[in-house]
Design a protein around this ligand. Sequence first.
Ligand SMILES: Nc1ncnc2c1ncn2[C@@H]1O[C@H](COP(=O)(O)OP(=O)(O)OP(=O)(O)O)[C@@H](O)[C@H]1O
Length: 460
Amino acid sequence: MMVSGVRQNLLMLQPALRTLTHDYNTLKRQVRDFPGLLYETMREARDEFSQVVKHVQDTNAELLSKYRRELYLRKECHNQLVRLRGNIRVLARVRPITSEDGIGAGAQNVITFDQDDDGILHVTHKGKMQTFELDKVFPPGTTQDEVFEEVSPLITSCLDGYNICLLAYGQTGSGKTYSMEGTVANPGINQRALRLLLSEVSERSSSWEHHLSVSMAEIYNETLRDLLGSDYHSSLDIKMAPGGAGELYVPGLTQRSVRNMSDINKVLELGRRQRATECTNLNAHSSRSHALLILTVKGRETSTGICTTGKLYLVDLAGSERVSRSGAAGERLREAQCINRSLSALGDVFSALRSQQAHVPYRNSKLTYLLQEALSRDGKALLLLQVSPVEQNVNESLCSLRFGDRVRSVELGIPSRKIEQAGATVTESSESESPSPRGTRTTSVRKKLPASVRQRIGPP
Ligand SMILES: Nc1ncnc2c1ncn2[C@@H]1O[C@H](COP(=O)(O)OP(=O)(O)OP(=O)(O)O)[C@@H](O)[C@H]1O
């Protein structure tokens, strides 16, 4: 009885055992096949993922290229607008950190740039980032060559009879003199401009005769002095030229003809030496005075007899730091006040032009009075903001950039050049200028009137 019970149980357990064995074998197979399956699934997932990433990358690249194209078009449109407005451009050059900035926290960099837009500059101050938009920004690694390339079209336009000024603006030590004068091994805008003009003059010599002359002057404590003459100490005046054409001139300011590089180097060296001999501390003196290199280009087209006169003012301005920061007193305070006066007069001229006021206060300082022709409707101006990259100068850098922002919104109007035709002086608007500087133009002539009158009657 007992044995038959056990047999019965065994018979009942057999199917369960078979099921278990079958399950075990299935699991064993699955375990064996699992790595392969896992590998296959992972490969498929990876392929799918790669496809998605590639798709995103392609879309990104397309968007980036569209974005760059738009950026380029926007810049082109802006340049077009600037040309139509009458050409006032604001560039910024950020100098590298130097040993004079100190080490450690003192030399902390606060300026960053936009990889895709060379007109954007960011300043980080007290944890906040401020963005400025300019016509062009030169980061610290920019060479003298690259800076000059950007400004050279403006410089050559004085051969066509335009009055132009290029002003280097910024606090003491921000690199104004480096950009304008440069070093012997690596000259700045001044020497390069003269060299370029000479080579352009020689290129155009088959149809034009040009005469290039150079003056060097400085404005110190509202006194204008000649740097190339024999009497540095006499103060020069700015006067209206006889003839009622509204032109300004400086009686007694030496003009030296230059025909080649040797002449240029001699003149620049003479001006530098004159300045150095007349002051005990050239660096301190140069920070507090405006240095001007003035080029006058007279041209005559041999076939038509048309004459042009263009003037180029290259100005290394005095340091723009505020009086409060300089901690000045006595003579230093007077100097600082004079600098502030002329720089704020410059700001006032730009704001009067911006708000299209009938009266532009050119006469409030020697500097603005002298630059009147280049800063008026007939002229072209370029402001080169020099910016220090370090935290300790951030307030001055912000002031300079805000000044540049205000200047950038100025509309000078459409520039015109002065030409003489059949004995009469006329102005020719660049509205009708062909893209090539040497191309033929349709002349829209109007009688030469004093700048103030032309301003009131509006653009030609
Ligand atoms: N782009 C640059 N690359 C290398 N060094 C530079 C650059 N810009 C300025 N420096 C250096 O920084 C220092 C100050 O420059 P710089 O004398 O030109 O300033 P500044 O604005 O003319 O000052 P100041 O108003 O006192 O005349 C100099 O030693 C100069 O060589």
